[in-house]
Design a protein around this ligand. Sequence first.
Ligand code: HXC
Length: 260
Amino acid sequence: MNYNNLILNFENEIAIIKINRPKALNALNKETLEELDLAITDLDKNDKIKTVIISGEGKKAFVAGADISEMKSMNVKEAKDFSLLGNQVFNKIENSTKIFIAAVNGYALGGGCELALACDIRIAAKGAKFGQPEINLGIIPGFGGTQRLTKVIGKSQALELILTGDNIDAEEAKILKLVNQIVEVEDIMEKAKLIAEKIAKKSAPIISTAKEAVNFALEHPSAEGSKFEANLFSTCFSTKDQKEGMQAFLNNRKADFKNE
Ligand code: HXC
């Protein structure tokens, strides 16, 4: 499949998606979101892939937001459809059986910050900048930012970013737990691949089960979460990989997971 606005590459069990509109700092227009939707739907069905890295093409930006030139003349209905489209795509990332790593190589503003937030793990380049500057455009975040940012950094920190529209640098983002790690920009893909490869060595059904269990914690009270965890924990014992993992430990060797 050829995309106009994405570059998709495969390295063993890792897929790498680059948002490819560097002249517009990788701003997300409708077509890019639709392509991302297709790419993620395809990857979700691909048994060979365990992890997906998302990054931005070019030196400056991960994604500098939704495309302002396209949004400018939207009416209320079109704006709602656009917001719902972005939410649909980012929810697909969040609920995918694959593990998504955002390699934030530069500006992650507005919809770009929201895209990073939908990913499971976020690595930032030293010079990366995060923010929700929508307020300066007379709008609020619309691709899930008011929800995910609040869950990740807490209400008052989220409101400060959303209401001031200020950008923060990677160091501050790390303090706020918005990013997991900071690396030099030239090392970011290598670092993201290292994490992706490490995860890809584990069992596919078990990594997706772990993601499902952790996601559940964000939406449900602890008592329900404990029951949900016990159910998912027990389903691990219906896999060959649980047997292999435990047998390998007892035999003092590395597990050779078959993703079954
Ligand atoms: C459309 C964009 C863009 C965007 C940058 N460009 N961001 N085009 N949508 N979000 C374009 C510029 O118009 C310019 O095009 C080119 O990319 C380079 O950008 P410059 O501004 O010249 O670069 P620089 O001076 O280095 O400033 C970088 C920047 C700035 C700080 C990132 O571009 C910026 O503030 N961008 C907008 C950030 C933003 O407000 N994002 C939130 C959008 S709203 P030309 O043709 O002039 O070279 C949003 C809502 C999501 O995300 C929810 C929707 C439902």
